[in-house]
Design a protein around this ligand. Structure first.
Ligand SMILES: Nc1ncnc2c1ncn2[C@@H]1O[C@H](COP(=O)(O)OP(=O)(O)OP(=O)(O)O)[C@@H](O)[C@H]1O
Ligand SMILES: [Mg+2]
Length: 376
């Protein structure tokens, strides 16, 4: 417990920037703390008992999912607020440090495209995080392995989600001070609220970005196989451009409906970026890259432009990748161009083999990147 508090104080010192971010809520009273400027309600400290009651003792039918940190349950607080409660797996590898980083980051960073931390519990050796409940689950659930009857995301919705996720990342890179490198951008960490409003979640791996003249921070390679930028996987040198690469992979998944890593496939189709790079070189092949589930209902020009953004983001050389603000500009434009299949027609359908179910990530596997030279 002692080291937990010390860690929090250290982090609080690191993060306290009076003019930009407010670190007020972590060690204070057990009451809600209101941030005068933003009107944001600070994270509340819960007892383990309160959260056990909220989830009916972590009942199986309240389980929403499970990731590297532990299980996530749907719960109802005393106030009637519906929340998602993530319980740290005490045998898990990802532990106290990620818990602390998550609490601190989400207590300081507030944006419409970042998930809101309602509170947390550090009772004895229990570590739990309480988030706003995101009723539509993760983007992953809407792109891959759709259950029968589940609505396929249409093109307009895909662009809206991509633009919103990019805005969340832009806030971390350009508005937080010092900048925050998210480090774990992937479809399962983009959660969807009412109207498919996207929010980034899971900040346990986030890092403060380089300050001053430094161009990178050095760190142990963490993240998810298939989303890691090649230079980060190989050298551990982390920059804001590592996040831009991961964003490019997410955008490719959104456009193609394919997974970052297709475990059941070998060779050219195993890794999404490696599959996409030869196709990027030939505009005539772009239509082959559209998700077959879209059934040709996408704007041809919009597809080209979205693929061009994705291609730039996943370039081998970090300095060739765009800054996230430029990605936001491009995707906001694409999201504003509403596609209507009745008036704009349907593109030629081509048969593409369906993608089989993927298995859960292997957190520390590394990705080897291929080379890519853009041709436009
Ligand atoms: N705030 C939330 N609201 C609703 N569902 C959530 C929320 N947070 C998580 N979930 C659900 O729980 C699942 C597991 O989330 P979790 O973040 O633990 O794992 P993951 O993102 O799949 O993997 P990783 O541990 O690598 O981040 C998510 O896929 C999502 O369906
Ligand atoms: Mg997650």
């Amino acid at each position: 417990m002692r080291s937990f508090l010390l860690d929090i104080q250290e982090f609080q010192l690191l993060f306290y920037h009076p003019n930009k971010l407010k670190a007020k809520t972590l060690l204070g009273s057990k009451e809600y703390v209101k941030d005068g400027e933003s009107g944001h309600i600070g994270a509340k400290i819960f007892t383990f008992r309160e959260l056990a009651v909220a989830t009916r003792n972590f009942r199986g039918d309240c389980l929403l999912g499970e990731g590297g940190f532990g299980r996530v349950y749907k719960g109802q607080l005393d106030s009637n607020q519906i929340v998602a409660i993530k319980q740290l797996d005490r045998n898990g590898l990802q532990g106290n440090r990620e818990f602390l980083v998550e609490v601190l980051m989400l207590s300081l960073l507030h944006h419409p495209n970042l998930v809101n931390l309602t509170g947390y519990c550090a009772d004895g050796d229990q570590r739990l995080l309480v988030y706003e409940y995101m009723p539509l689950g993760s983007l992953d659930d809407h792109l891959h392995d759709l259950t029968p009857g589940k609505k396929v995301l249409d093109w307009n919705m895909r662009m809206k989600i991509a633009a919103g996720a990019a805005k969340g990342l832009e806030y971390l890179h350009d508005r937080a001070s010092p900048p925050v490198i998210y480090r774990d951008l992937k479809c399962s960490n983009i959660l969807l609220g009412e109207g498919y409003h996207p929010k980034l979640s899971d900040f346990g791996l986030a890092k403060l970005g380089p300050v001053g003249d430094n161009t990178h921070v050095s760190t142990r390679v963490m993240g998810t196989y298939g989303y890691c930028a090649p230079e980060y996987a190989m050298t551990g040198q982390l920059t804001l451009k590592s996040d831009v690469y991961s964003f490019g992979v997410v955008l490719l998944e959104i456009i193609t409906g394919r997974k970052a890593i297709e475990n059941s496939k070998t060779g050219g189709e195993h890794n999404l970026v490696a599959w996409a790079k030869p196709l990027f070189r030939d505009r005539r092949k772009f239509s082959q890259m559209a998700d077959p589930m879209l059934q040709g209902q996408y704007p041809e020009r919009g597809l080209y432009q979205a693929l061009a953004v994705a291609a730039m983001c996943v370039q081998e050389q970090p300095n060739m990748r765009p800054v996230i603000a430029d990605v936001v500009t491009a995707l906001s434009y694409l999201a504003a161009q509403k596609f209507d299949s009745d008036t704009q027609g349907v593109q030629n359908l081509r048969w593409t083999p369906a993608t089989p179910p993927r298995t859960r990530r292997d957190a520390d596997k590394r990705q080897k990147g291929g080379s890519y030279e853009p041709r436009w």
